[in-house]
Design a protein around this ligand. Structure first.
Ligand code: UT7
Length: 330
């Protein structure tokens, strides 16, 4: 049962925070950030913009590009680790504002791997035959989880949203292919927001220590990201019997240019065939693949029949990959 991507959309906030801006906020410099991460600037949501506001715009753009009406949606999944609030889900807020009255909506939490986890969940719902059309969104206001005094993390992340509309199209060719997902909760301490949930609710002490913000063992995360994404990529290529050289485009989670380069050389993909926009947006967590996919489509980088790989790694740890055979929507 071929599940096709009918259209994509994305939104990044207007406010640009450059490395030069960060030099005035913490003890860092443009040269360090560019050489260690490849990031030059990132987008930061306005104070009155929440994750659902970013998600809504990306969703509207994805619906427009796919020619699907909100009322045709049966499923809305939002991957996010920075929801508007503990509940209701960000997805229900977006469902209401879209007017998607026939859809059920829920959030899904897999940190930076969220977009692929949501795609795989939506694909299985569609393949069940009980649902016809799904909207998958990755949306984050990572700036709300940052300690703006911690130079080791605040320079890395940005805000944004990416979305895709999926449909089960009987008789069509290509579309979503093999997927491989994994998790290892034993390493959760290496990348987390320790407080602000039920384990350590927000108190004056939490605010003082800023433990309701991202804490990361950068080098450890780096190693596991390269290892797991490389392993996943090789596993998927073997399963599909594709050669790495046949990949027209790899769209990886955008965390660090050096991570992307390490995976590229280990998997054996040509330099021009890895999509990179980490320089413009930094790490937007579960939004990154949706944003990159939409940019790739709008830049005309995908042609019918192209073999594409999505690849991600994030807190949890979680990781995953998915192959697509691109079909330009009619
Ligand atoms: O989305 C998935 C999750 N996240 C990731 O995939 C991120 C994975 N990790 C990374 O991308 C990298 O580990 C970082 C970019 C976070 C850090 O790069 P690194 O090359 O691993 O640097 P490091 O942590 O080893 O730090 C090297 C030095 C340290 O100074 P000393 O101890 O050598 O004197 C840091 O204090 O760089 C210092 N440093 C900085 N200097 C200037 C750390 N952050 C900064 C900074 N500006 N912003």
């Amino acid at each position: 049962m071929p599940i096709q991507l009918l259209g994509t959309g994305s939104y990044t906030p207007e406010k640009i925070l450059t490395n030069q801006d960060l030099e005035k906020m913490v003890d860092t410099n443009d040269e360090w950030i560019v050489t260690r991460t490849g990031i030059r600037e990132r987008r930061i949501a306005a104070d009155d913009q929440a994750t659902s506001d970013l998600a809504l715009i990306a969703a509207e753009r994805a619906l427009e590009s796919s020619g699907v009406k909100a009322s045709e949606l049966d499923v809305i999944l939002i991957a996010t680790c920075s929801p508007d609030m503990a509940f209701p889900s960000t997805a229900t807020l977006v469902q209401h504002r879209l007017g998607a009255v026939n859809a059920f909506a829920m959030d899904l939490s897999a940190a930076c791997s969220g977009f692929i986890f949501a795609l795989e969940t939506a694909r299985n719902l569609l393949e069940s035959g009980r649902y016809g059309t799904a909207l998958v969104i990755g949306a984050e206001k990572m700036s709300s989880l940052l300690d703006w005094q911690d130079r080791t993390t605040c320079i890395l992340f940005g805000d944004g949203a990416g979305a895709a509309v999926l449909r089960n199209e009987e008789g069509s060719k290509g579309g979503l292919g093999p997927c491989n997902l994994g998790s290892n909760g034993s390493l959760s301490e290496l990348l987390l927001v320790p407080a602000g949930g039920s384990r350590i609710p927000v108190t004056a002490k939490v605010l003082e220590e800023r433990s309701n913000t991202i804490s990361m063992a950068g080098q450890e995360v780096f190693k596991h990201a390269v290892l797991n994404m490389t392993k996943t990529a090789k596993h998927l290529l073997k399963e599909a019997e594709w050669d790495a050289k046949e990949l027209a485009l790899v769209i990886p989670h955008q965390a660090n240019q050096r991570i992307l380069e390490a995976i590229r050389t280990r998997v054996g993909v040509e330099k021009d065939n890895v999509f990179v926009n980490v320089d413009k947006y930094g790490n937007t967590s579960s939004a990154s693949i949706g944003i990159a996919l939409d940019e790739a489509v709008r830049q005309g980088r995908l042609n019918s029949g192209d073999r594409v790989m999505l690849l991600a790694f994030g807190a949890g740890f979680t990781w995953g990959g998915m192959l697509l055979e691109w079909r330009t929507p009619a």
